[in-house]
Design a protein around this ligand. Structure first.
Ligand code: UT7
Length: 351
C-alpha cells in the first residue's frame, strides 16, 4: 500500500481585519471579554460582495499546487470541506474546480464543520493510498462573515468566527520515502447535533418549526414554513451554539483523539514535534496542552489573529507553522479537531 504525503500547502486570508473593538461598535461585547474567554484579538472578514468561500479556497489551492510543483491540470480529484458553501447546492468543490479551469475531474464536498479538514484529508488519503488518484487537492475554506448574527443575541458565535482558506496537495510518497500521513481517526456522535448548529433553512424547518410555530396546517405552503417573517424577526436563521456544553466535550475529545493517533502508531507524547489543534478557542488549546503536559513549542496556535475559521483553521495553522519553520522535515505532526455534529478526529503525519 502506498503512503500519501503533503506535497504542497497554502493558505489565504482576506485583507479586511475586524478587531474586537469593531464588533463592540455593533453588539454588546468588549475586547476584554473576547480576549479573556477566547484569546481572539482580531479576525478577517472577506471583501464584501466580492469574495466567496470558493474564491478564497481557490487562492489557497493555487499556492498549494505551485508548492507541490504541479499545475492545476495535474490535479486528479478535489475534496472541499466547508460549512459555509457559496450555494445551498451545488457544493463549493465544483465552483473551485471551475475557477481552477480543470473540468471533468471529480469534486466532493465534505460537511463536517470544524472537523471538515481532517475528514477531507482522510478521504483523500484513502484515494492516494490505494493508487486511485495521484494528486488530490484538499481544501478547507469558510466565509462566515456574511451569515452571522451581528446583534447581541449572536455575540458568542460572531465573536469567535472568522473567514479564511487553506489547502494541501496530497501525493503518493516515493518508495522508501519516510514521510506522509501515518494514520487518520474519525469520530462522530449525532446525539449532540443541535448543540452547535445552523438549523434553518434545512428540511427540518418545514417539519418541526412548521408544527411548532404555525400549527399543523395541511394547507400551509412549504415555502411559508421554511422561511417565515417570524424566523427573521427572532433571528432564528443564524448558527447557534451552546458554548459551555461544546467546550466541555471539546476538552475531553481532543486529548482522546490525539492519544488514539499516537497509540495507533506506537508513539508517545514526547515524540510529538507539533500539535496543530483546530483553532476553536485559545482556552481549549491551552487546556489540552496542559492536560497532555506538552511544552509551548509543541503546540501551534494562531486563533489570536484569525479567530475560529472552522474547516479552514487547521490548514491555515499548519501552513503558517510550516512557513515560520516550526514544522520541519522529519517532524511528527498531529492535527486534531472537534466541532459541530459532534464530530472529531486526528491525523498523524511525518512531515
Ligand atoms: O469550533 C468548533 C467548536 N466550538 C467550540 O469549541 C467553542 C466552545 N465554546 C467556547 O469557546 C465558549 O463557550 C464561548 C467563547 C463560545 C463562550 O464563552 P463562555 O465563557 O463559555 O461563555 P458563556 O457562553 O458561558 O456565557 C457567559 C456570559 C453570558 O452572559 P450571561 O448570560 O452570564 O449574562 C453570555 O451572554 O457571557 C456572555 N457572552 C458574551 N459577553 C460579551 C457570550 N458571548 C459574549 C461576547 N461578549 N462575545
Amino acid at each position: 500500500m502506498l503512503r500519501s504525503k503533503i506535497a504542497g500547502i497554502g493558505y489565504y486570508v482576506p485583507e479586511r481585519v475586524v478587531t474586537n473593538d469593531d464588533l463592540a461598535k455593533v453588539m454588546d461585547t468588549s475586547d476584554k471579554w473576547i480576549q479573556e474567554r477566547t484569546g481572539i484579538k482580531e479576525r478577517r472578514h472577506g471583501v464584501r460582495f466580492e469574495e466567496t468561500t470558493s474564491t478564497m479556497g481557490t487562492k489557497a489551492a493555487r499556492i498549494a499546487i505551485e508548492r507541490a510543483g504541479i499545475e492545476p491540470k495535474d490535479v486528479d480529484f478535489i475534496v472541499f470541506a466547508t460549512l459555509s458553501p457559496d450555494y445551498y447546492f451545488p457544493g463549493s468543490g465544483v465552483l473551485l474546480q471551475r475557477q481552477l479551469g480543470i473540468p471533468g475531474i471529480g469534486a466532493l464536498d465534505v460537511r463536517n464543520q470544524c472537523s471538515g479538514f481532517i475528514y477531507a484529508l482522510s478521504v483523500a488519503d484513502q484515494f492516494v493510498k490505494t493508487g486511485m488518484y495521484k494528486n488530490v487537492l484538499v481544501v478547507g475554506a469558510e466565509l462566515h462573515s456574511f451569515g452571522l448574527d451581528y446583534s447581541t443575541k449572536g455575540r458568542n458565535v460572531t465573536a469567535i468566527f472568522g473567514d479564511g482558506a487553506g489547502a494541501v496537495v496530497l501525493q503518493a510518497a516515493a518508495e522508501g520515502e519516510d514521510k506522509g500521513i501515518l494514520s487518520t481517526h474519525l469520530h462522530a456522535d449525532g446525539n449532540h447535533a443541535e448543540q452547535l448548529a445552523m438549523i434553518n433553512f434545512g428540511s427540518h424547518s418545514g417539519v418541526h418549526l412548521g408544527k411548532e410555530r404555525f400549527g399543523f396546517n395541511e394547507d400551509a405552503q412549504y415555502g411559508e414554513l421554511m422561511m417565515s417573517d417570524k424566523m427573521w424577526e427572532e433571528k432564528d436563521i443564524y448558527p447557534e451554539m451552546n458554548g459551555q456544553y461544546v467546550f466541555k466535550y471539546a476538552v475531553t475529545k481532543f486529548p482522546e483523539v490525539i492519544m488514539e493517533a499516537l497509540k495507533a502508531n506506537g508513539r508517545e507524547l514526547s515524540d510529538l514535534d507539533m500539535l496543530i489543534p483546530h483553532q476553536a478557542n485559545l482556552r481549549i488549546s491551552q487546556f489540552v496542552q496542559k492536560r497532555l503536559r506538552l511544552r509551548d513549542d509543541q503546540v501551534f496556535n494562531n486563533i489570536q489573529k484569525y479567530g475560529n475559521t472552522t474547516a479552514a483553521s487547521i490548514p491555515i495553522a499548519l501552513c503558517e507553522a510550516y512557513e515560520k519553520g516550526k514544522v520541519k522535515e522529519g517532524d511528527l505532526v498531529c492535527l486534531a479537531a472537534f466541532g459541530s455534529g459532534f464530530t472529531w478526529g486526528s491525523a498523524l503525519i511525518k512531515w
